[in-house]
Write a protein that binds this ligand. Structure first.
Ligand code: BES
Ligand code: ZN
Length: 867
C-alpha cells in the first residue's frame, strides 16, 4: 500500500480513497480555440490495491463519457459515472469489482476553455496583423488539473504523464516534455506527442496550444532552453534566457543534482493569474515577468524578471522533483523557492544588494505578522480554497526570511549540505516539513526541529529587547487584541540572536559578535570585544524586532555610519514598528531618519518615504505642508546629489533610488521643482524628443499625474493602449491610479471593469483604493459593483485587491464602513488576508488618532536644521 496521509485530518473530506494508484496517464487533449471548448481522452495505468467496484477521482466542470476499467486479465468493465460537484469528484461505478493488480482506466470527456485563468483556459491577444489571436493554456495549481482532465488531483499521487495535444492549422503546442512525434490528422491539424514525464504531481501539468513562436534553443550544459512568446516579441527574450542559464547552472551546483527535466521552455502568456508557474520543463509567466527589453526597462523591472525566473527554476528541484505531501506544506515549497530566488539573484548581480531589498520584503511580512489576525506559517489545510489562501506574504516573505535566518545560523555550507541530502533522499517522492529539519539536524548537530517549530507552528514574532545588559523577548503586536481576545500571535520563540558592539571609535573595523539562542528566559549579553553601543540583530538576518532601553537608541543614531546597510534598514523599520504600535513616540523614528546623513541607499530611504507617506495620510489639510516640507528636507538633497539621469559610475542601485526620490518628492513632498522637471520631460517625450528614461518613467508619470493637467490622463491611456513592451504597458496602466482627482479615479475604475485584462484590473483597483483623494469614492463604487468584481476576477487576486483599503485611514468613519462591508461580504478565498487588511486599517487609524496633532511639530523640529 502507498503510505496514508497523516492523521489530524484537517484534509477530510478532501482526500480521495487510496484503493487505486495512478502510474501513468496517457492523455490527449483537443482544444477548439474558436468555440472555446475542448475534448479529451485518457487512459490511466493503475495499480488496484484491493478489489473494488468503485473508482473515485477528481473532476470538475467536465462531462465524462465512455468510461471503463480493464483488468489485467482483459475484462472490460463499463463504468457508470456520477459526480459530486461540491467535492469536485467523479465516481466510476463498475458492474463488478476489478481485482487487485494492474488495470487500465479509460474515458473521454469534454470541457470549456474558461476565462477564469484556471484549469485549461483561454487567453487572447492582438496579433501583429491586428486580429485577435487565441491560445489554450493551463494553470493547475493548486487544484485545477481536475478542470482539464479527470485525475487524482493530490500532490502525493505522483505519476508519469504521456501527453498529446491536437494543434490546428498555424498553431504550435507545448507541454512538459519535448515534442517527440507529430501525426498529420488532415485539414492542417496535427497530433503532437510529447516525451513522457518523470513521476510528478498533477498540479505541474502544462498544456498549451496557440499561435505562439519559440526562440532557437540555447544549450545550457545539455539542457535546451527556449522562450515561447506571442509572435513579434522574440526580441524581448534575451534577458530571461541569460538569467535562466545562470539559474540552471547555479542550482545544479547548489543542489548537486542535475536539472530534472528534459528541456526548459519559459512561456509568456498574455492572460495569467499569477506571476509565474513552475510546471516541470514548461514554466508559464505573465508577460511582464518574462519578456523585457534590457535597454528600455527600469532596474526594478529587470530585477523582477530575474527574481521570477530564478524562483520558478528553483522549483524544478524544490517542489517538482521533491514535493510536499499535502497543501499544508505549500509554505515550504514557496518559502524555499523565495529563499533560493534571492540567493541566485544575489549571485547573478551582487551589486543589486538583493538581500537588502529582501529585508524590505521581510518587513512587508512582519507588518502582517504583528497583527492578531496573522497565522502560523504552517497551517492545516483542507479545502481547495484553504490551499489557495496559503499564497500570501507569510508563506513567501516570512517563510523565506525564516529560512534565511536558519541558513545564517547554521552556516551557508552546512545548510546547503542538509538541503542536498534532503533532495537526494526524497527525489521523485513527497515530504513533510520535518523531513527537511531532520536532514539539517543530521548534518549540523543543531536542534533544528525545535527551533524551527517555534517559528512555523505559531504566528507572530518576538520583540527582542536589550536593557541593562540583558536580552529578553516578548511577542510583538501592533495593538491590543479584539475585545474577544482572539490572537494568533504566540510565543516564546527559540531566537538565534547575534549581538555586536560597535567599535569604540567611529570608522574602526568591528570585532566579532556574540551568539546566543534566546529562549523564554532573559540572558545576559556575553562579553563583547568592542566598547561602542551594542547592536542586536547584527548582520540583520534575524526575524524579529529589536527594542532598546535607556539611551541606547540615541547612541546608535549617532553611529549609523558604523552599521551595515541591512542593519540600518532594520533599525529604522523596527523603530517605526514600535511607533506604529504606540510603544514609542513618533520622534524616535523621525530622529533616526534625520540622522541618515549622507546615506543614499534605497533601502533606508524607502522606509523613510513610507513613514512620510503614512503621516501624509493621517494629518489634516492644515498640516500637510509640514509633511511636505520635511519630505523635501529629508529627500531633496539626495535627488540633487544623484541627478535625474544615469551617470557613469552610478551605483547599481542609483536608478531605483532616483525613481523613489522623484516619486516621493513630487507627491508627498509637493516639490514644485520636481514636478516642473517631470512635466517638461513628459511633454518633450510626447513631442517626440528624448523618451523618458525607463528607470524614472513610472515616477515621472506619478509626478505628472499629481499636477492634474487637463488631457494627461487621456495621453496615459493612449500610451497604455499602444505600448512598446509589457513593462511600458504596465507603467502607463498603473499610472492611471495616480491622479489626485475623484473623477479620474472613477474613470479608471470603470476601465478596470472594462478593457483592462482581468490579470491586471484587481491591482489597478488596489492602487485606486489607496489613492488619497479618489480612494473613498472608488470604495463606494467597488461596493456597488461587488458582485461583478468578485465574479469576474481570479479569486486569488481579490484579497490582494483589497490591500488598498488599509490606506483609507484619513477618514475614520470610512474605516468603519469598510469593516462592516467586508464582514458582511466575505471572500471565498483569502478571508484571513481580508481580516489582516481590516486590522491594519484600524492600526493606521489609531496611529492618526494618537499622533496626527504632533506630526507637524515633530517633523519640523527634527528636520528644521536640515533645510
Ligand atoms: N507556484 C507559484 C504560483 C502559484 C501561486 C500557483 C498561487 C497557485 C497559487 C509560483 O511558483 C510562484 O510563487 N509565483 C509567484 C512569483 C514568485 C517570483 C514569487 C507569483 O506568481 O506571484
Ligand atoms: Zn513559487
Amino acid at each position: 500500500m502507498p503510505d496514508t496521509p497523516p492523521s489530524g485530518r484537517s484534509d477530510e473530506p478532501y482526500r480521495l480513497p487510496r484503493t487505486v494508484t495512478p502510474l501513468v496517464y496517457h492523455l490527449t487533449l483537443d482544444p477548439d480555440l474558436e468555440a472555446a471548448v475542448f475534448s479529451g481522452d485518457e487512459m490511466v495505468e493503475l495499480t488496484v490495491h484491493e478489489p473494488t467496484a468503485t473508482v473515485v477521482l477528481n473532476a470538475a466542470d467536465l462531462v465524462i463519457t465512455d468510461a471503463s476499467v480493464e483488468s489485467a486479465d482483459g475484462d472490460l468493465l463499463v463504468a457508470e459515472v456520477t459526480y459530486d460537484e461540491k467535492l469536485e469528484r467523479a465516481t466510476f461505478s463498475l458492474p463488478s469489482p476489478v481485482p487487485a493488480g494492474p488495470a487500465l482506466l479509460r474515458c473521454r470527456f469534454t470541457g470549456i476553455l474558461n476565462d477564469k485563468l484556471r484549469g485549461f483556459y483561454r487567453s487572447r491577444f492582438r496579433a501583429e496583423d491586428g486580429t485577435t489571436a487565441t491560445i489554450a493554456t493551463s494553470q493547475m495549481e493548486s487544484t485545477d488539473a481536475r478542470r482539464a482532465f479527470p485525475c487524482w488531483d493530490e500532490p502525493d499521487r505522483k505519476a508519469g504523464f504521456d501527453i498529446s495535444l491536437v494543434a490546428g492549422p498555424g498553431l504550435s503546442a507545448y507541454s512538459n516534455g519535448p515534442a517527440v512525434e507529430e501525426t498529420d490528422l488532415g485539414g492542417g491539424r496535427r497530433l503532437v506527442r510529447f516525451a513522457p514525464t518523470m513521476k510528478m504531481s498533477t498540479y505541474l501539468v502544462a498544456l498549451i496550444v496557440g499561435p505562439l513562436a519559440a526562440t532557437e534553443p540555447v544549450d545550457v550544459d545539455g539542457v535546451p532552453v527556449r522562450v515561447v512568446h506571442p509572435p513579434g516579441r522574440g526580441h524581448l527574450s534575451a534577458f530571461a534566457l541569460e538569467v535562466a542559464a545562470h539559474a540552471l547552472r547555479y542550482y545544479s551546483d547548489y543542489f548537486a543534482i542535475p536539472y530534472p527535466g528534459d528541456k526548459l521552455d519559459l512561456v509568456a502568456i498574455p492572460d495569467f493569474a499569477f506571476g509565474a508557474m513552475e510546471n516541470l520543463g514548461c514554466v508559464t509567466f505573465r508577460e511582464t515577468a518574462l519578456l523585457v527589453d534590457e535597454d528600455r526597462a527600469a532596474r526594478t523591472e529587470l530585477e523582477r524578471v530575474c527574481d521570477v525566473v530564478c524562483h520558478e527554476i528553483a522549483h524544478m528541484w524544490f517542489g517538482d522533483l521533491v514535493t510536499m505531501r499535502w497543501w499544508n506544506g505549500i509554505w515550504l515549497n514557496e518559502a524555499f523557492a523565495t529563499f533560493m530566488e534571492v540567493l541566485a539573484t544575489d549571485a547573478f548581480r551582487p551589486g543589486w544588494h538583493r538581500w537588502v531589498s529582501f529585508g524590505l520584503e521581510r518587513e512587508s511580512a512582519l507588518a502582517v505578522d504583528g497583527l492578531h489576525a496573522t497565522r502560523p506559517i504552517e497551517y492545516p489545510v483542507g479545502s481547495p480554497e484553504e490551499a489557495d489562501g496559503m499564497f500570501d506574504v507569510l508563506t513567501y516573505q516570512k517563510g523565506g526570511s525564516v529560512l534565511r535566518m536558519l541558513e545564517q545560523y547554521l552556516g551557508p555550507e552546512t545548510f546547503r549540505d542538509g538541503v542536498r541530502s534532503y533532495l537526494a533522499a526524497h527525489a521523485y517522492a513527497n515530504t513533510d516539513t520535518a523531513d527537511l529539519w531532520d536532514a539539517l539536524e543530521a548534518v549540523s548537530g543543531q536542534p533544528v526541529r525545535v527551533v524551527m517549530d517555534s517559528w512555523i507552528l505559531q504566528g507572530g514574532h518576538p520583540l527582542v529587547t536589550l536593557d541593562d545588559g540583558l536580552v529578553d523577548q516578548q511577542p510583538f503586536a501592533y495593538g491590543p487584541p479584539d475585545p474577544d481576545g482572539v490572537s494568533a500571535i504566540g510565543g516564546p520563540w527559540q531566537v538565534p540572536v547575534l549581538v555586536r558592539a560597535l567599535p569604540a571609535a567611529p570608522g574602526r573595523a568591528p570585532g566579532p559578535g556574540a551568539r546566543l539562542l534566546l529562549g523564554d528566559r532573559p540572558e545576559p549579553v556575553p562579553a563583547l570585544p568592542d566598547e561602542g553601543p551594542a547592536l542586536v540583530n547584527a548582520g540583520g538576518w534575524g526575524v524579529y524586532r529589536v527594542g532598546y532601553g535607556g539611551d541606547q537608541l540615541g547612541r546608535l543614531a549617532g553611529r549609523l555610519d558604523d552599521l551595515a546597510e541591512l542593519e540600518r534598514v532594520n533599525l529604522l523599520t523596527d523603530t517605526w514598528a514600535l511607533v506604529l504600535a504606540g510603544h514609542r513616540p513618533l520622534d524616535d523614528a523621525v530622529t533616526l531618519a534625520a540622522h541618515l546623513g549622507d546615506h543614499s541607499e534605497p533601502g533606508s530611504l524607502a522606509v523613510v518615504a513610507g513613514i512620510l507617506g503614512l503621516c501624509d495620510r493621517v494629518v489634516g489639510d492644515a498640516d500637510r505642508p509640514a509633511v511636505a516640507r520635511a519630505t523635501r528636507a529629508l529627500l531633496g538633497p539626495r535627488l540633487a546629489g544623484l541627478g535625474w539621469d544615469r551617470r557613469p559610475g552610478d551605483d547599481e542601485r542609483a536608478p531605483t533610488l532616483r525613481a523613489m526620490l522623484i516619486r516621493t518628492l513630487a507627491t508627498v513632498g509637493q516639490d514644485p521643482g520636481v514636478r516642473t522637471e517631470a512635466a517638461a520631460r513628459f511633454d518633450a517625450a510626447a513631442a517626440g524628443r528624448p523618451a523618458i528614461a525607463a528607470d524614472i518613467e513610472g515616477a515621472v508619470l506619478d509626478a505628472v499625474a499629481a499636477e492634474l493637467r487637463p488631457g494627461d490622463d487621456q495621453a496615459f491611456l493612449e500610451h497604455y493602449r499602444h505600448p512598446a513592451d509589457p513593462q511600458d504597458e504596465a507603467r502607463y496602466l498603473f499610472a492611471l491610479a495616480a491622479f489626485p482627482d475623484e473623477a479620474r479615479c472613477l474613470a479608471a475604475f470603470d476601465l478596470a471593469l472594462g478593457e483592462v485584462r482581468t490579470q491586471n484590473a484587481p491591482y489597478l483597483i488596489r492602487d485606486l483604493l489607496a489613492n488619497r483623494v479618489g480612494g473613498p469614492a472608488v470604495w463606494g463604487r467597488l461596493k456597488e459593483e461587488w458582485t461583478v468584481v468578485t465574479g469576474r476576477f481570479p479569486a486569488n487576486a481579490l484579497p490582494r485587491m483589497l490591500d488598498g483599503v488599509r490606506m483609507l485611514c484619513g477618514r475614520p468613519e470610512l474605516a468603519d464602513d469598510v469593516i462592516a462591508f467586508l464582514e458582511a461580504n466575505p471572500l471565498e478565498t483569502g478571508g484571513r488576508t481580508v481580516l489582516q487588511v481590516i486590522e491594519r486599517l484600524g492600526i493606521n487609524v489609531a496611529f492618526g488618532r494618537r499622533e496626527a496633532g504632533r506630526i507637524a511639530p515633530v517633523l519640523d523640529a527634527a528636520t528644521g536644521g536640515l533645510r
